[in-house]
Design a protein around this ligand. Structure first.
Ligand code: GAP
Length: 537
């Protein structure tokens, strides 16, 4: 554990002074454990069915979590449907005709290659074991580069160093070789080769430490259930593993009723379900989760241009939140999903490293073409300008709401030491996404201060999610609001009764400012209104 000095100060204004002197630097592992506990303690995320000992990889959102999640969804929905005149939204059902999943390829190909360790009896995804092995080699290269950077200072040439340093050269060659073998094996569905890679790389089970592996087998990730009251096979339906198919099967309805002209998009937010075997890392990989997906219908042949445009657009949406541009990177796919001719992930720097946050896929006419084939209905676009009819191509953007919640929370969590030794935990959530925007606090519980505070609250609540709190010292109340990420605290004191001014405290700088009560909606709105965030896109 280390501390780094932070030169910050707060302006005195009657109520309390807080001076931040140190930021507690944690290891990523420490951060993750503490974050999970914090999410539970402050009502963001609870393990599902907790009083029955929980249900693996299923989580519930609490009173703070649901507000954060809804704000994220609103930011996405409005960026898609309000800022683009040619994108509209729908809300399709989780249950869909079972043939849809045959047409989409999910019945045949939505599989994970699984392998068991015979000693620990633990089950793993074979490709994840190999990816973890590659990640370890990448970490070794990274460490070597950092050593070089320290040694050579300003004259350090990273590209040359990586090309010539023997450890980097050896590890990078190994990474390329293993990755190639894995991609080829996955593309060819060669399960024996996947096992051979695990044996050749001498990958051991993290639990038992042994290399005593079973063969690799395929496992379908869809959950099934029965429709109606008989249980024969003809009534089997699936819980959707992605929301995208609800968009494809409504393509004609929306295009016709909305008189949409290509290019146009359909957006949807909703639940998806996957029987994930390696369900871990808190809300990163869940069995029930939520997706925000947009299918953009285009003319065949224009897909690579649109793919590049949507890559840029989506990265900007993320960076606009101000969580640090260096925390995002693209990862272009070498192994393409069964429906894609180009694909990339936007990866985020989670506490457990860079991992997929959003996928952008060029899905060609795979889905519409197959639904045409399986349903026997013509699914085409008639271009009134050229007189041609064709099956549109599709660019898809697909992001998990829960992963976005995790990205925001892990990026926001900070522990700071204040002058005098007091500690504060603060969630510096981007203000428009914060669950509570403003806390209204009477300095004491008498002398008419609660009544004035309540009047202020009653005025602000129409525009902002507010909390009223009169319990405990003002310092403790600030700490409670910091811990849930409230951007503003408004304190009502005795002077407020005469001058109609209050003290506004900023969550991040802890600066306090005396302002007129009438100015509050403008001051708070400038920072927290979603429209201002959208305007920057
Ligand atoms: N329609 C395309 C599709 O579903 P995907 O890459 O499988 O593509 C898209 O999923 C996004 O959904 C991912 O980038 C991730 O954010 C989220 N996601 C996928 N599986 C998830 C899971 N088990 N738990 C939480 N989020 C998940």
């Amino acid at each position: 554990m280390k501390f780094c000095i932070f030169a910050g100060c707060a302006v005195r204004w009657g109520v309390a002074i807080e001076i931040k002197i140190k930021i507690h630097i944690m290891t990523q592992d420490e951060l993750f454990k503490i974050l999970v506990a914090h999410c539970k303690e402050y009502g963001f995320i609870f393990p599902s069915s907790e009083i029955y000992d929980g249900l693996a990889a299923v989580y519930d959102y609490g009173q703070m979590g649901v507000e954060l999640k809804n704000n994220i969804k609103r930011y996405w929905w409005e960026a898609m449907t309000r800022l683009h005149e040619n994108i509209v939204g729908i809300d399709s059902c989780i249950f869909m005709h079972p043939k849809i999943w045959e047409a989409s390829g999910h019945v045949g190909a939505f599989n994970d290659p699984l392998i068991d360790n015979k000693d620990s009896k633990k089950r793993y995804r074979a490709d994840v074991l190999i990816e973890d092995y590659i990640a370890k080699l990448e970490e070794k290269v990274h460490k070597e580069v950092e050593k070089g950077r320290k040694k050579f200072g300003d004259s350090f040439d990273e590209a040359k160093f990586v090309e010539t340093n023997p450890n980097c050269v050896r590890n990078n060659a190994k990474i390329a070789e293993v990755r190639n073998r894995m991609n080829e094996a996955l593309n060819a569905n060669d399960l024996a080769e996947l096992k051979q890679i695990i044996l050749d790389c001498e990958i051991a089970c993290p639990i038992s430490g042994t290399k005593n592996w079973t063969d690799v087998r395929q496992f379908n990730l869809m959950f099934s259930t029965q429709l109606g009251n008989t249980s024969d096979d003809t009534n089997v339906i699936y819980l959707r593993p992605e929301t995208a198919q609800g968009i494809f099967v409504n393509y004609l309805n929306v295009q016709k009723t909305g008189r949409m002209k290509i290019p146009f998009g359909i957006a949807q937010i909703g639940k998806a379900f996957r029987n994930e075997i390696v369900a871990r890392q808190f809300i990163f990989r869940m069995r029930e989760f939520e997706q925000m997906e947009m299918q953009f219908f285009i003319k065949p042949g224009t897909e690579l241009d649109w793919f590049a445009k949507w890559k840029e657009n989506r990265l900007k949406w993320h960076q606009n939140l101000g969580m640090g541009d260096a925390n995002y990177r693209f990862h272009d796919h070498e192994k393409l999903a069964h429906y894609a001719n180009a694909a990339t992930d936007i990866e985020f720097n989670f506490p457990f490293g860079f991992k997929e946050l959003e996928g952008i896929h060029s899905r060609t006419d795979f889905d519409l073409g197959n639904h045409q084939k399986f349903s026997g209905k013509k699914i085409q676009y008639y271009d009134p300008e050229t007189g041609e009819s064709y099956t549109p191509y599709v660019i898809e953007t697909s992001i998990g709401v829960d992963r976005m919640v995790l990205a925001v929370l892990s990026n926001s969590y900070k522990e700071e030491e204040l002058e005098g030794g007091e500690k504060r935990v603060v969630l510096s959530i981007p203000a428009p996404l914060a669950p509570v925007k403003v806390a209204v606090l009477p300095l004491i519980k008498k002398d008419g201060l609660p009544e004035l505070a309540q009047t202020i609250m009653d005025e602000l609540k129409y525009d902002f999610n507010c909390q009223y709190d009169e319990k405990d010292s003002i310092g403790k109340r600030y700490r409670r609001q910091d811990a849930i990420g409230t951007p503003f605290c408004v304190t009502v004191d005795h002077d407020s009764l005469n001058d109609r001014c209050v003290t506004v405290r900023d969550r991040d700088t802890m600066k306090q400012e005396r302002v007129s009560i009438d100015e509050l909606p403008r001051i708070i709105g400038e920072r927290v209104n979603l429209s201002n965030l959208l305007r920057k896109l």
